[in-house]
Write a protein that binds this ligand. Structure first.
Ligand SMILES: Nc1ncnc2c1ncn2[C@@H]1O[C@H](COP(=O)(O)OP(=O)(O)OP(=O)(O)O)[C@@H](O)[C@H]1O
Length: 204
């Protein structure tokens, strides 16, 4: 599927405080757009605006897909990995994947969910309750969920947070594969090395 995200003159203000203004960029299928900037510059806020979770103060974000979903359906075309997204602690990793894929209407068997856990380096941890997970394991599970849902637009907010070296390599491979599969990836990061995954970069 072809997708195009147009960030058109976006600005955001919280009360008196202007966070950013006149941000313009585009991300299309098969490309990664990196969003960089210091702590508090508004990277997460911009991703939330693109996800439709926060209203911009000025400008608009247009999501364009070749099969023209209704505005209500468009939310199902994006996946969001963020420190603010939580997995269900009372479910196992595999059960979380089955839950989230069901919410999105994507078929996913237990064995497929177990495979996604393994690919993200959770191993047999996929059968354990998320309540018992370390922060890095929770992050790996969020990556397994977006891989299972596989939407045409991926919004990745600090995808390597709390990950060790092997986890960071998994994130790189995940983004490379997503781009190869024609997914549009928007990546917010503080890591200069990770920012290089972006074909284009917005600095806030
Ligand atoms: N709902 C809100 N109301 C008021 N201020 C907010 C709100 N959400 C975010 N902010 C403020 O906006 C600023 C930018 O936050 P944001 O999380 O987008 O930055 P960031 O660039 O992602 O930071 P970091 O690199 O630390 O993750 C922060 O100062 C934050 O306190």
């Amino acid at each position: 599927m072809y997708s195009r995200i147009v960030i058109d003159n976006i600005g955001k203000r919280f009360g008196e405080r202007l966070l950013f203004s006149n941000v313009c960029a585009e991300a299309t299928s098969g490309q990664c757009l990196a969003v960089t900037g210091c702590n508090g510059s508004g990277k997460s806020t911009l991703l939330k605006i693109i996800a439709g979770l926060v209203r911009p103060s000025t400008g608009q974000v247009r999501l364009i897909f070749d099969d023209m979903p209704s505005p209500k359906e468009q939310i199902f075309y994006t996946g969001f990995v963020s420190p603010e997204v939580a997995m269900y602690a009372a479910l196992t990793g595999i059960e979380n994947i089955i839950f989230w894929t069901k919410v999105r209407g994507v078929p996913c068997s237990k064995s497929e969910a177990a495979k996604f856990c393994c690919e993200m380096g959770l191993g047999k941890g996929g059968y354990d309750l998320v309540a018992t997970y370390s922060t890095g394991m929770r992050q790996r599970l969020k990556l397994a969920v977006i891989k299972a849902i596989n939407p045409p637009v991926w919004l990745l907010d600090e995808p390597s947070s709390n990950l060790d070296g092997s986890g960071r390599s998994i994130v790189k491979e995940l983004i490379d594969n997503a781009v190869r599969q024609n997914i549009a990836v928007i990546l917010a990061t503080n890591e200069s090395e990770e920012a290089l995954y972006g074909k284009n970069t917005i600095e806030l």
